[in-house]
Design a protein around this ligand. Structure first.
Ligand code: NAP
Ligand code: MG
Length: 398
């Protein structure tokens, strides 16, 4: 058989623990036999991040900026326990955070649907993609425990000396306070990434905030989205037969639950954090959730939404059979390969990615699945297999 050729390499970012094992299995079983895979490889295992003083993470992000498409394996974000386990000289920052800030991107999370895994919300028929603004607000807030009676003020000192001063509250006793911020530049990037992504997928874009209460802060988000839509995307949306829709967040929640799915739901940082867990759980499983970081100038980084599945890895090291679900890792690869094909005008490559995705979903629908899904599937008799056996069942169907 002739292998499918690639002209431009993908940026391949390897990671840690169980997902590093799945990474190799996916490549050997489902990619290398069919594609003359061209990648620019970066090893982001915690050991390599330590050895390079985390420079490897920055290099990987720059490579995505240059090449346009990357695929990333889950990586450990160190904590105190990992410092000891890996003898780290520093508590290196989350690689995802580093890459996100270098690409200035928005994270889109989309569930993978299979007919035997029914969403908890029974009218959901198509995926709902959550687009979470990954910058600012409460994640970068300054908080103060107010000790007792006194005045709280908000003070801005302009670089030109201009002063804005407002009373927040005259405290009659102890309490708490918090200051949040966001930047126009980041909100514009967020809006552009969302409109671009909706256009790429051919699905409508919804956006919701609480602008009736937050008349300056949230209203700024609403205005930026409206401006970008009118000036940059309206014509393209109309041509594609999709629409942009803004509504209050509480109204959006009610509409999402009543909907059939099939749209992108853009949310501010905190709302996106909360709603993505709600939506992914209602669709079935974190192991069936894909994630892609899209920059406003159209660079893509695909990954799984879950972590390195540490508990399974410890069992794997003891030689026990593990049944970790490789779907999200596989779909990170097919997402990246399909996008590479699209950008390079390489139709066989994109077609292969879609065929591989279909074969993987059909494998589950035929009843062959990992342990996490066996417990929640309906309408088929599930045969539970380990990760590698699942991948070879996919290969048979492919
Ligand atoms: P996790 O790796 O997502 O795993 C949490 C639990 O979810 C697992 O123990 C397992 O449950 C289930 N699970 C997740 N993915 C699965 C899959 N593919 N197949 C089957 N079950 C799956 O989260 P964590 O244990 O909190 O974090 C482990 C490490 O991952 C941490 O060091 C963290 O820093 C890192 N992390 C990385 C990323 C990233 O790189 N994007 C994201 C999140 C976390 P059962 O044990 O019940 O089977
Ligand atoms: Mg969360």
């Amino acid at each position: 058989m002739n292998k499918i050729q690639m002209s431009v390499p993908l940026v391949e970012i390897d990671g840690d623990e169980m997902t590093r094992i799945l990474w190799r299995q996916v490549k050997e079983e489902l990619l290398l036999p069919y594609i003359n895979l061209k990648t620019e490889y970066y090893d982001l295992s915690l050991k390599e991040r330590e050895r390079t003083g985390d420079q490897v993470t920055v290099k990987a992000a720059m490579a995505i900026r240059e090449r346009g498409v990357g695929v990333k394996c889950a990586t450990i974000t160190p904590n105190a326990q990992r410092m000891e386990e890996y003898h780290l000289t520093q508590m290196w920052k989350s690689p995802n955070g580093t890459i996100r800030s270098l690409l200035d991107g928005t994270v889109f999370r989309t569930p993978i649907l299979a007919s035997c895994i029914r969403p908890v919300v029974r009218n959901w028929k198509r995926p709902i993609t959550i687009a979470r603004h990954a910058y600012g607000d409460v994640y970068r807030a300054t908080e103060v425990r107010v000790p007792g009676e006194g005045r709280a003020e908000l003070l801005f000192t302009g670089a030109d000396g201009m002063l804005i001063r407002q009373t927040v509250y005259d405290f009659e006793g102890a309490g708490v306070m918090q200051a949040q911020y966001n930047k126009d530049a980041s909100i514009f990037s967020f809006a552009r990434s969302c409109f671009q992504f909706a256009l790429d997928r051919g699905e409508p874009l919804w956006f919701s905030t609480k602008d009736t209460i937050s008349k300056t802060y949230d209203h700024r988000f609403k205005d930026v989205f409206a401006e970008i839509y009118e000036t940059e995307y309206k014509a393209a949306f109309e041509a594609a037969g999709i629409h942009y829709f803004y509504t209050l967040i509480d109204d959006a929640v009610a509409r999402v639950v009543r909907s059939e799915g099939g749209f992108i739901w853009a949310l501010k940082n905190y709302d996106g954090d909360v709603m993505s867990d709600m939506v992914s759980t209602a669709f079935g499983s974190l192991a069936m959730m894909t994630s892609v970081l899209v920059s406003p100038d159209g660079k893509y980084e695909y990954e799984a939404a879950h972590g390195t599945v540490t508990k399974h890895y410890h069992r794997y090291l003891k030689g026990e059979a593990v049944s970790t679900n490789p779907m999200a890792t596989l779909f990170a690869w097919t997402g990246a390969i399909g996008k590479r094909g699209e950008l390079d005008g390489n139709k066989p490559l994109t077609a292969f990615a879609r065929r591989l995705e279909n074969a993987a979903v059909r494998t589950i629908e035929d009843g062959v699945m990992t342990k996490d899904l066996a417990g929640i599937c309906e309408g088929v008799t599930a045969r539970t297999v380990d990760s590698l056996a699942f991948l070879s069942a996919v290969r048979q169907r492919l």
